[in-house]
Design a protein around this ligand. Structure first.
Ligand code: MBD
Ligand code: FE
Length: 284
């Protein structure tokens, strides 16, 4: 394969994320939102834009720059990225405000369902040459009364040591650093993985252009994504971060919470190890 085929590009990851969303999340046969609700939300969004234009005396030049940028977000396939980076954290806050159990955070654009399932003690699928510091991640899944949840599914996905996700960047095996770990009879799991690298929003696409134009930075702190599910319980979508990691205080996606920060320590064999338990709320 040539260098260009293997290069991660904004348009490449954007196209994959858009395709993923259209496959998993758009149920065209589902119920339509009711007219009153659409009227309320659409009117409020549009009038909020009107207010911004008046308040800041927005010019035609700026209006055309916005038009051109909105068109390019779609062309780059970066709507999933844009929405999950700048909007999803408020959705998550509203959706889980009264939920009991572990705190969660946003899903982001790179979840893929039906990853290979793995036993409770596993190595996350990785290349023989996988770069990065090994990490032993272990814990227990329980309900809110402390009852162990045997056979819970702990889906994990993460970036590699280059900050790239399998299926959204070229040249990485399909299920690399992705898997669904099944908890044992006591709800426990122990997974060997690597510590992911921080993630940079692609600088060569529309989201990158917005970030550069506004003088922001493009970084998410290193994180491991998880979806924890068990029958009779509400699934938990979360991410875990690393204490003192770069951008832990200024995540571009505003998705860090103090409850989600790991502090791995070397174990007797010198491998970084951390224990983190998940508490799932019952279905309401
Ligand atoms: C990511 O890896 C991510 O987790 C989010 C939320 C947005 C962009 C990239
Ligand atoms: Fe991520």
């Amino acid at each position: 394969m040539s260098d260009t085929t293997l290069k991660a590009t904004a348009a490449g990851s954007g196209a994959s994320a858009t395709e993923r969303f259209l496959t998993d999340k758009t149920d065209v046969s589902g119920p339509r939102a009711d007219t009153a609700r659409v009227n309320t939300l659409a009117t409020e969004v549009i009038t909020t834009v009107h207010d911004v234009i008046r308040r800041h005396q927005v010019t035609y030049e700026e209006y055309n720059a916005l038009k051109s940028w909105l068109i390019s977000v779609g062309q780059d396939g970066e709507w999933p990225l844009f929405l999950d980076v700048w909007i999803e954290h408020v959705l998550e806050e509203v959706a889980t405000a009264t939920r009991k159990g572990s705190k969660g955070t946003i899903e982001g654009p790179y979840y893929v369902p039906s990853a290979p399932t793995l036993p409770s003690v596993s190595v996350l699928p990785m290349r023989d040459t996988e770069a990065g510091t090994p990490l032993l991640f272990q814990g227990q899944v329980t309900g809110v009364d402390g009852e162990p949840l045997a056979g819970a599914l702990l889906e994990m996905w993460q970036a590699d040591d280059d900050g790239l996700y399998a299926q959204f960047a070229p040249g990485i095996p399909e299920w690399n650093l992705r898997g669904g770990v099944v908890t044992d009879d006591e709800g426990r799991f122990a997974v060997t993985t690597i510590q992911p690298a921080p993630y940079q929003i692609p600088t060569d696409g529309s989201c990158g252009r917005l970030i550069a134009a506004a003088g922001w930075h493009a970084w998410r702190p290193a994180h491991i994504h998880l979806k924890v599910s068990a029958p009779g319980h509400q699934p938990l979508t979360t991410q875990l971060y690393f204490k003192d990691g770069a951008h832990i205080q200024d995540d571009v996606a505003s998705a860090v919470k103090p409850e989600l920060v790991l502090d791995p320590r070397p174990n007797a064999t010198g491998v970084a190890e951390v224990t983190y338990d998940f508490v799932l709320a019952p279905v309401s």
